[in-house]
Design a protein around this ligand. Structure first.
Ligand code: FES
Length: 80
């Protein structure tokens, strides 16, 4: 696997994103058991209403309206 352990996947867990399904997105990332550095729930990422919001660091790639079904394709884009 070519993914660095320095990668962080940050999933907004603030109120609006939680209402839009952030908990299921977080569960999908955790259940996928990727060999990634850190998967972290966070406070508001400043894009309320477009959630669930996901931010991938250090490249600072943003994903909006994320669904659990999109988790494998997001991972594939990180791993490429
Ligand atoms: S509540 Fe998720 S970006 Fe603000």
């Amino acid at each position: 696997m070519s993914v660095s352990n320095s990668i962080q996947i940050i999933i907004c867990h603030n109120r609006t994103c939680r209402k839009q399904g952030a908990a299921k997105v977080l569960q999908a990332f955790q259940a996928a058991n990727f060999s990634v550095g850190v998967i972290t729930p966070s406070g508001c990422l400043g894009s309320c209403g477009n959630g669930p919001m996901v931010l991938v660091l250090p490249e600072q790639v943003w994903y909006d309206h994320v669904t659990p079904e999109q988790v494998p394709s997001i991972w594939a884009s990180i791993d490429s």
